[in-house]
Write a protein that binds this ligand. Structure first.
Ligand code: IMP
Ligand code: MG
Length: 178
């Protein structure tokens, strides 16, 4: 029997909706008239990217990369990249989208790889959540939805052991719930 508990609300649905709209406006202004390819880092960014791209009314392409690093609530410290982008990124402005910027390893490793293998014109980062207190890499988000404290969060794409991705809000799991 698989059971889940209700996490405590950290960011509610309305706040997420409002903030995603603002991020969409900023991205629209920056990439107007540029060759933009948005790359989503699966699986955590699925709800975020689905909402975000509908707030960016300019032409762009979308691709995906599948990566993972977490075991339960701890970063394994090793980022596994399970797939490559399929589109040609040469000369394109790439916007990498992830659910959360934590240690920074995921975005750092993926962006280095894209720079080396795909020769894009530029790479920038957009994340829904930023946990700056956990950063080990010299990396910052060009677009960030919310800065959050050092708690393990779930919902709106973020998981604990693959559950909770369908929660419509961002919630905090207590240590006795993990
Ligand atoms: P980083 O490589 O340490 O920056 O971690 C990024 C990845 O770790 C994210 O894409 C998430 O999949 C995962 N992650 C980091 N913090 C959390 C969290 O609080 N809840 C769920 N997943 C997280
Ligand atoms: Mg993720």
């Amino acid at each position: 029997m698989e059971t889940v508990v209700n996490p405590r609300v950290l960011v509610n649905e309305e706040k997420i909706r409002e903030r995603v709209k603002v991020l969409g406006e900023k991205i629209t202004n920056e990439y107007q008239g540029k060759k933009l390819t948005i790359i989503c880092i699966l699986k955590g960014c699925i709800p975020f990217v689905a909402d975000l791209i509908r707030n960016i009314p300019i032409p762009f392409k979308v691709d995906v990369i599948h990566a993972s690093s977490y075991i339960n609530t701890k970063s394994s410290g090793k980022v596994n990249i399970h797939s490559e982008p399929l589109l040609n990124l040469k000369g394109r402005h790439v916007l990498l989208i992830d659910d959360i910027l934590d240690t920074g390893k995921t975005l750092s490793i993926i962006s280095t790889r894209i720079h080396e293998k795909h020769q894009p014109e530029s790479i920038k980062f957009c994340v829904l959540l930023d946990k700056p207190s956990r950063r080990t890499e010299n990396i910052f988000a060009d677009y960030a939805g919310f800065e959050i404290p050092n708690s393990f969060v779930v919902g709106y794409g973020l998981d604990f052991n693959e559950y909770y991705r369908n929660l419509p809000y961002i919630g905090i799991l207590n240590s006795d719930q993990c």
